[in-house]
Design a protein around this ligand. Structure first.
Ligand SMILES: Cc1cc2nc3c(=O)[nH]c(=O)nc-3n(C[C@H](O)[C@H](O)[C@H](O)COP(=O)(O)OP(=O)(O)OC[C@H]3O[C@@H](n4cnc5c(N)ncnc54)[C@H](O)[C@@H]3O)c2cc1C
Length: 469
């Protein structure tokens, strides 16, 4: 049940008590480590409030991308806690709205730090799709669900050896991969350019979703709890600061541009690529510094609506995707020599051809870059010669480009866990190019942590490390 706390609006809360701040310095030790230090007098903790309302929830989630929304869903379905979710804009405005929707295991490596999380998530997505079917609903309509399998394509001898090794690894991990030589591959994908050196690793069980349909479905599920007083969305309402508790030094409330949202149990920061800056800003107001090395990694995705010019029976990814090699010779000053483009192709549940995708570090810039779109198109043409018969201007009427900022972590692992020294604040961010596929496992992990349940997946690879001086 929601309670209205006795915090009058339009009054400034007391400044954070310095005595309750951890008297520690934490210094970075490796790429995912954070640094944390006290650096200012108490006056820095003062801020003014001009809020219209003040409400209390057990859980306050910052960020309504796929990660925040699925965490909200998991709390609502698997506990009796109340949840508020806050976003500076709306759900698909972040990386989620640009996602290609592949829930693939073909590009994941058994035994790697993220394997168990990816595998658990994969199972949870399949269970969700199955449960929709069991209720007489169509997962394709609700989630944009498709199970067409995925192909990892190699074009050299060295690629073939790598693909054979990957098939063996995936098989030993309990999956059912197949190695396709060039003739087998040609039978699967007749529109693809297949020569004697082309081969593939094939995972028939791999599936995909549509981010927009899935987000709409999750919001619909979450909103079933509104009437029970357990769920509320605060969109177009950016978080401005955290308010600290006088008694235990934890965060007692989140102040947005319009509201104060008190948190009785936990605050979860799932703000994608903005998480690092946001946390830094929020903590600086208390005279503390916390550095989380999440960075925006821009991606373009080319969408050709109702595109039936090409037969594509499965989802396709070129082997280079695994290493993201840098593109050279592209004519744009923006790329700082760090642009990579790997061919990833699929057809979504609405019949649109999705061609991905680029990666580059250009800060928080989300401007359309036609040179990148042209490169994606050119790269796709190298795999599908039919596409060379069309120029991008021929298809401009049915063309859309989605642009998003993947939350990149230097060591390739998301940060999921409590912020040391602030036991009621949790981070769930940094999923880079796998946030859709690993969302349900992340959500389950966060809920288990907050409720103190034993974890189904080892959480230690994802914790934020630091050294106490
Ligand atoms: C081109 C492209 C293709 C991709 N393809 C795939 C794929 O096939 N499969 C896959 O698994 N993943 C894919 N991804 C990655 C996936 O989209 C991301 O990993 C995932 O969407 C990250 O979700 P998120 O919720 O962490 O971040 P976001 O979706 O970015 O959500 C973060 C939210 O936080 C909000 N926020 C930020 N600051 C504040 C604030 N101060 N106050 C309140 N709210 C705030 C933002 O408005 C935003 O809505 C792709 C990404 C791109 C760009």
């Amino acid at each position: 049940m929601l309670k209205q706390p006795k915090v009058p609006s339009k009054t400034a809360p007391p400044s954070p008590p310095l005595a309750e701040m951890p008297n520690t310095t934490i210094t970075s030790i490796h790429p995912r480590a954070y640094s944390w230090k006290h650096n200012s007098p108490a006056s820095k903790g003062r801020f003014s409030v001009s809020c219209s309302s003040s409400q209390a929830y057990d859980i306050v989630i910052v960020g309504a991308g796929i990660i925040g929304l699925t965490i909200a869903r998991h709390f609502l379905l698997h506990s009796d806690l109340s949840v508020a979710i806050v976003d500076k804009a709306v759900p698909c405005s972040g990386a989620t709205g640009a996602g290609q929707g592949h829930l693939w295991m073909i590009n994941k490596t058994p035994g790697s730090a993220t394997w168990d999380l990816a595998w658990r998530s994969h199972q949870l997505w399949k269970t969700l799709a199955q449960s929709l079917e069991d209720q007489g609903l169509d997962p394709a309509m609700e989630l944009g669900w498709k199970q067409t399998g995925s192909l990892l394509i190699g074009r050299t001898d060295a690629d073939s050896d790598m693909l054979k090794g990957r098939v063996k690894q995936l098989y030993e991990a309990g999956l059912k991969p197949e190695y396709l030589c060039s003739s087998d591959l040609f039978k699967e994908e007749p529109d693809m350019l297949v020569d004697k050196d082309t081969a593939a690793a094939f995972l028939p069980d791999d599936c995909q979703l549509d981010a927009y349909r899935t987000v709409a479905y999750i919001e619909k599920t979450n909103r079933n709890f509104v009437s029970k007083g357990r769920y509320k969305e605060f969109y177009d309402d950016p978080v401005k600061c955290f308010i600290r508790s006088d008694s235990n030094g934890g965060v007692k409330a989140v102040q947005t541009s319009k509201n104060i949202l008190h948190s009785k149990k936990a605050v979860i920061v799932a703000a994608g690529c903005w998480t690092g800056c946001l946390i830094q800003d929020l903590f600086r107001k208390w005279g503390m510094e916390l550095y989380v090395p999440v960075r925006p990694r821009k991606g373009h995705l080319l969408v050709l609506e109702n595109f039936n010019f090409l037969i594509l029976n499965h989802g396709l990814m070129e082997a280079d995707y695994l290493s993201h090699p840098t593109v050279s010779g592209i004519d744009s000053s923006d790329h700082e020599n760090n642009l990579s483009v790997s061919m990833v192709a699929s057809i979504d549940a609405a019949g649109n051809l999705l061609l991905g995708s680029s990666r580059e570090f250009v800060g928080f810039n989300t401007n359309l870059d036609e040179s990148v779109v042209s490169y994606i198109w050119k790269r796709a043409g190298e795999f599908f010669p039919k596409l060379k018969m069309l120029s991008l201007s021929d298809i401009s009427a049915r063309r859309k480009v989605r642009i998003g900022l993947r939350p990149y972590m230097p060591d390739g692992k998301p940060v999921i866990g409590p912020v040391p020294g602030l036991a009621n604040v949790y981070l769930a961010a940094g999923h880079e190019g796998s946030g859709l596929s690993t969302a349900l496992g992340t959500a389950e992990m966060v809920v288990e942590m907050v409720l103190g349940y034993p974890g189904k997946v080892n959480t230690s690879p994802f914790s934020v490390h630091g050294v106490l001086d």
